[in-house]
Ligand binder design. Structure first.
Ligand SMILES: Cc1cc2nc3c(=O)[nH]c(=O)nc-3n(C[C@H](O)[C@H](O)[C@H](O)COP(=O)(O)O)c2cc1C
Ligand SMILES: [Fe+2]
Ligand SMILES: [Fe+2]
Length: 398
């Protein structure tokens, strides 16, 4: 099988080892990413041996060893910094332990536990918040950044070099060029938003906290080297600001996301009417329709919902609940957009014989999670009222 990987100098003795995963279709077996993703490891060579930062997903283990061998004899790896033990970065650990028998693993104590239980790693030394690892004249300082994306997550700074290695933090989807100065920033911006919302969304409030902590601890980096996507060497501040903007939950003025599922056309027709009304009233509508022929990626629906001013969701009633796919979508909204709890959400539910059925269920999903501006309009069959303007005004005014 063909594996596309890159070994490229970042600066001085620091190298990027990146594999392009174009095979993955559902990141975390959940998020639709036809655009793929990259896993970035880094290697620092010193006079006393090499320091490896992270690794790749397990299925790329052989290619990973090949990439390492282009730079060094893997037996010369003295330390492996594990920023985060999620196996998209640590899946190669088993193979690595074989080819680098003298390497000592370092990371947050939680990483030590996970490396032992998942990969049988015995040679582990904790690297606590603020502590530094020293090797061959380099000092590598750790900053604990909990929940970005797991409790084990740290970032490290190579002191004096201005390089910040961040793993999931500042990551993005897609298979872009290697460096920010070669990339299409508009496309990258969308990949960043989609990545943050789907992967880190649940812990999004930790983004500003983490960024502030890191900048206090190690200052402004010259280079940001993340575990997914491009290396930021020309303008690292750009990705910092992108992250802060997504985390702020600041909506785009006038943007409404309409998404709905129809089995036999009633909800579909209602959504079409509502979309026309919204557009006539000056809203910019982004529409995702689910039906018996089309199933848009939920990863994209969530990405667009993350900066919408208003969200409208249509569903038929299905065994006294929202349709299972919409139920799933609503659960993910509650889980992944915790910073958008004040976004007005209007649910349009078409029923056959049981009015009010979805209300209780949706309340449990959203209102219980703290979403404060949720409204449900029930209607029988195809009989949605001709205008929802009054309800919308009331909802927005809440
Ligand atoms: C499998 C299935 C289950 C349904 N369950 C309910 C229900 O529990 N309560 C209800 O009032 N209507 C129920 N209905 C009726 C639909 O909610 C109603 O026909 C709706 O208008 C369908 O919208 P659609 O044409 O957009 O699919 C069900 C319909 C189907 C096909
Ligand atoms: Fe992760
Ligand atoms: Fe990751």
């Amino acid at each position: 099988v063909d594996v596309n990987f890159h070994v490229e100098r970042v600066l001085g003795n620091l190298f990027l080892l990146r594999v392009d995963d174009a095979r993955v279709r559902f990141f975390e077996a959940l998020w639709e990413i036809p655009e793929g993703v990259t896993y970035n490891a880094y290697l620092l060579t010193t006079e006393e041996g090499a320091v490896l930062f992270d690794g790749w997903k397990q299925e790329f283990s052989d290619a990973f060893v090949e990439a390492l061998q282009r730079l060094i004899d893997p037996r010369d790896i003295r330390a492996v910094v594990t920023h985060h033990t999620e196996p998209d970065h640590s899946g190669t650990t088993g193979k690595l332990a074989e080819v680098a028998p003298r390497a000592l693993f370092v990371g947050h104590p939680i990483a030590g536990r996970i490396l032992r239980s998942h990969f049988g790693v015995e040679r582990f030394k904790p690297l606590m918040d603020g502590e530094a690892l020293e090797l061959g004249g380099y000092r590598i300082r750790a900053v604990h950044t909990p929940w970005l994306h797991w409790p084990d997550s740290i970032v490290t700074s190579i002191e004096g070099e201005g390089v910040l290695l961040t793993c999931d933090v500042f990551g993005s989807y897609s298979i872009p060029p290697l460096f920010d100065d070669q990339a299409d920033l508009a496309k990258l911006s969308r990949s960043i938003r989609k990545y943050i919302i789907t992967v880190i969304g649940h812990y999004i409030d930790w983004i500003p906290k983490g960024i502030e902590k890191v900048s206090k601890a190690v200052g402004r980096p010259r280079i940001i080297a993340p575990g997914h996507g491009v290396v930021y060497r020309s303008n690292p501040q750009w990705v910092v600001e992108e992250y802060l903007r997504v985390a702020s939950g600041q909506p785009v003025k006038g943007k409404v996301v309409l998404t709905g599922l129809t089995m036999y056309g009633n909800v579909g027709k209602a959504m079409e009417t509502v979309r026309e009304e919204m557009e006539a009233n000056g809203w910019r509508a982004v529409y995702y329709g689910f039906n018996d022929k089309e199933r848009p990626p939920i990863s994209e629906v969530l990405t667009d919902a993350s900066d919408a001013e208003l969200l409208i969701i249509g569903t038929p009633v299905y065994e006294a609940q929202p349709h299972p796919i919409i139920d799933h979508l609503i659960k993910l909204i509650a889980a992944k957009l915790p910073h958008r709890k004040s976004m007005p959400i209007l649910i349009l539910a078409s029923y056959g014989w049981s009015p009010g059925a979805t209300g209780k269920h949706v309340s449990e999903l959203l209102i219980k999670q703290g979403f404060s501006r949720v409204m449900i309009i029930d209607f029988e069959g195809a009989q949605l009222k001709p205008s929802i303007e009054d309800e919308l005004q009331a909802l927005i005014a809440r």
